[in-house]
Structure formats: structure tokens, C-alpha cells
Write a protein that binds this ligand. Structure first.
Ligand code: HEC
Ligand code: HEC
Length: 147
């Protein structure tokens, strides 16, 4: 029994030492007491080219910068281009009808409050090497929806 406990103990020590080497943290291989240099802030994609969607009902990614667009309790700058009334002048795609429905399916005159904070679902892109590999394959064709 004693031998077994020693064995399990040893395994635990070896395993944890091994695990430490392999755990990838965003901090990288810097000890917890040290302050690593801050990573470079990458350029936000601003090509105005809409990206393809990878599956039905994916919120499209944002193809332009948004750092000067205020979205808070009192204002929503996104809607000054993307609302139903505004799309002609800036030539921005209108938010879809789903954004005008509340959670009970009632169609509202204004964008529904649950769609107010656009960046909950829509995100900007930066052109960098992904932090982790991604093998996700989008739905190329779904006969049931005709996509
Ligand atoms: C000054 C006008 C303007 C403002 C403000 C604006 N957009 Fe846009 N947006 C556009 C235009 C124009 C396009 C079409 C592609 C392009 O030219 O970048 C677009 C494209 C998009 C798309 C891609 C739609 C698709 O079908 O692929 C998303 C998502 C989007 N914007 C979200 C936002 C969000 C979120 C905000 C606020 C944080 C915002 N936009 C603010 C003008 C604007
Ligand atoms: C809760 C998630 C969510 C929020 C919040 C949200 N959207 Fe969307 N949006 C989506 C999804 C999902 C789609 C794609 C399906 C659809 O059109 O309903 C979409 C589609 C769009 C499109 C493309 C419309 C089209 O017909 O191609 C635009 C533009 C857009 N959203 C802008 C916005 C703006 C601007 C806001 C903030 C006022 C916003 N969205 C808030 C989820 C969201």
C-alpha cells in the first residue's frame, strides 16, 4: 500500500511538472512575478469588403473600424448609418428585420432594445495569426435552407 501511495505521489509530481510546460497562457512563458511587455495593438481591418458568413444566422463581422462610434445608454452611432431610415446616404446595409422584433416576436417601429448593443454579436476583425488553430468548417451548403 505504501509503495502505491509513493507511486501515485510521484506520478502526481511528474504530471504537474509536465503540465506546467504545456499550458499555454496568454501571458506566455513569463513568470507570474514579472511584467511582460504589452503585445502590439494590431490594425483593425478597414477594407469595407463584407466577409462571407460561415453558417446561417451568423452575425456578419464588421468590415470597418468602429473606434469612434459611440454606443451607450443614450446614443447608438451605428444606427445613424444602419437603421431603416438612414441606409441610403451612407450606403450601409440595413439591420435586418429580426432586429426590429422583441423577444415575443412583436415587430417594433424602432430597433429592439435587445439589439441595442451591436457589439454583443457583431465584431471587428484584425489581420493576425490566430492564437490557436481552428478547424471549424462552415456550412457550405444547406439544402433545407437553400444556402
Ligand atoms: C458612417 C456610417 C457607418 C457607421 C457609423 C457604422 N457602419 Fe457598419 N457599415 C457601413 C457601410 C457603408 C457598410 C458596408 C461595407 C463597408 O463599406 O464597410 C457597413 C457594414 C457593416 C456590417 C457588415 C454587414 C454584412 O452584411 O456583412 C456590419 C456587421 C456593420 N457594418 C456593423 C456596424 C456596427 C456594429 C457599427 C457601430 C459600432 C457600425 N456598423 C457603424 C457604414 C457604417
Ligand atoms: C443579439 C445579437 C445581435 C445584436 C445585438 C445585433 N445584431 Fe445585427 N445581426 C445579428 C444576426 C444573427 C444577424 C444575421 C441574421 C439576421 O439578419 O437576422 C445580423 C445581421 C445584421 C446585419 C446584416 C443585415 C442583412 O440583411 O444582411 C447588419 C447590417 C447588422 N446586423 C447590424 C447590426 C447593428 C447596427 C446592431 C446594433 C444596433 C446589431 N446588428 C445588433 C445579430 C445581432
Amino acid at each position: 500500500m505504501k509503495q502505491m501511495i509513493v507511486c501515485v505521489g510521484l506520478f502526481g509530481i511528474i504530471y504537474s511538472a509536465h503540465a506546467d510546460d504545456n499550458i499555454a497562457t496568454l501571458r506566455g512563458k513569463v513568470s507570474i512575478a514579472d511584467q511582460p511587455p504589452a503585445p502590439r495593438m494590431e490594425q483593425v481591418e478597414d477594407k469595407d469588403i463584407m466577409r462571407k458568413r460561415n453558417y446561417p444566422m451568423q452575425p456578419p463581422t464588421i468590415p470597418h473600424k468602429i473606434n469612434k462610434y459611440q454606443v451607450d445608454l443614450f446614443a447608438n452611432r451605428c444606427l445613424s448609418c444602419h437603421s431603416r431610415q438612414r441606409t441610403e446616404d451612407p450606403q450601409a446595409p440595413m439591420v435586418s428585420d429580426s432586429h426590429y422584433k422583441d423577444r415575443d416576436g412583436n415587430v417594433l417601429a424602432e430597433v429592439a432594445p435587445r439589439r441595442h448593443f451591436c457589439n454583443q454579436c457583431h465584431v471587428i476583425q484584425v489581420e493576425i495569426k490566430p492564437l490557436v488553430d481552428n478547424t471549424f468548417e462552415g456550412l457550405l451548403h444547406d439544402p433545407s435552407t437553400g444556402w
